[in-house]
Design a protein around this ligand. Structure first.
Ligand code: CO8
Length: 282
């Protein structure tokens, strides 16, 4: 892991902020395959919080494609960090961005999401810790979610950063927890503790620990043993293809909106204040 400190001298705060793991592709995801169950476990492995940056998203996408190619019958997405599933998109990709990289980042986010959301094999998330914003999107894009009980939370908290959840994040939230609940939660940037998340249907089950969460995900995947894959996948896509096609059609507009949004000084000020608040809570 190497640190990359930004040299933005105009703002005192920025000098203390560092980027992590701009390492070669291939080291930010661990994939293990259980031969007995023919299921792959994909673990996000980018300390300290599995911030989804360009490199991690690229590896994530490549790993999912490889898992399907190798004949796995299902995939469980989890984290190799003990208390965090994913802290969401890496805020440093949006803060004082290099616009060329920011475009690449956003296009990769879209690409990885297309792959995950439409994966032909069953997908389940063993959410073993905090899962805000992009972490919540990752979990919601799987078919089934098991949340380890504890003091951590899940939800789309974008408004708290002074940013807005893109329309496709919002639509998945609505389809998971319903319009009214999603509207309120998005406006307030609510993060739900495990029992609350279960109550509103944001997750399907709770587990005492990560091992139990993985077993429950495995059970979900095994439940398809007697269901022909062709019917299963066609049904999955009946539910999911409309949103995918809509984003594909409006992909450039979605990217432009993101780039325009993060270019606004008031958004940068809000992001800076949020980064500062993360550091000050220590
Ligand atoms: N990106 C980059 N760095 C992060 C992030 C992140 N998402 N989250 C935390 N970090 C950094 C912290 O600043 C800290 O850095 P340092 O060690 O240099 O001080 C380090 O990671 C560790 O963080 P914590 O000390 O806070 O670790 P904890 O274990 O106490 O807490 C949490 C972990 C709960 C994940 C906490 O860090 C947290 O709440 N993070 C913020 C999560 C968040 O709000 N993410 C939202 C990202 S935005 C997104 O995903 C969708 C954006 C859509 C864009 C639309 C624009 C138009």
């Amino acid at each position: 892991m190497h640190l990359f400190t930004r040299k933005v001298l105009k703002f005192g705060l920025i000098q203390q902020i560092s980027k992590r793991n701009y390492s070669a592709a291939g080291t930010l995801i661990n994939v293990t395959k259980n031969d007995a169950t023919n299921t792959s476990i994909l673990s996000l492995a980018r300390p300290p919080v599995n911030g989804l940056n360009l490199e991690l998203l690229t590896d994530f996408n490549d790993s999912l494609n490889k898992i399907v190619k190798d004949g796995s019958k299902g995939v469980i997405i989890t984290s190799s960090l003990p208390t965090i599933f994913s802290g969401g998109l890496d805020i440093m990709e949006m803060y004082k961005p290099d616009m060329k990289r920011a475009r690449q980042f956003w296009e990769q986010l879209q690409e990885t999401w297309f792959t995950l959301y439409s994966l032909s094999i069953p997908t389940a998330a063993a959410i073993n810790g905090s899962s805000p914003a992009g972490g919540c999107l990752t979990a919601m894009s799987c078919e089934y979610r098991v949340f380890v009980d504890g003091k951590h939370a899940i939800g789309l908290n974008e408004t708290k950063l002074g940013i807005v959840a893109p329309s496709w994040f919002r639509e998945i939230y609505i389809s998971t927890i319903g319009y009214r609940q999603a509207e309120l939660a998005l406006l307030q940037g609510t993060l739900f503790l495990p029992k609350q998340a279960l109550e509103i249907g944001l997750v399907d089950e709770l587990a005492a620990d990560k091992d139990e969460a993985i077993s429950k995900c495995q059970k979900y995947i095994d439940s398809y043993a007697r269901i022909p894959a062709v019917g299963r996948y066609a049904t999955k896509m009946d539910f999911r293809s409309e949103l995918i096609e809509r984003l594909k059609k409006n992909r450039e507009a979605d990217t432009s909106r993101f780039l325009n949004f993060i270019s606004q000084p008031k958004v940068q000020i809000a992001l800076e204040a949020y980064i500062k608040s993360l550091k000050e809570k220590k």
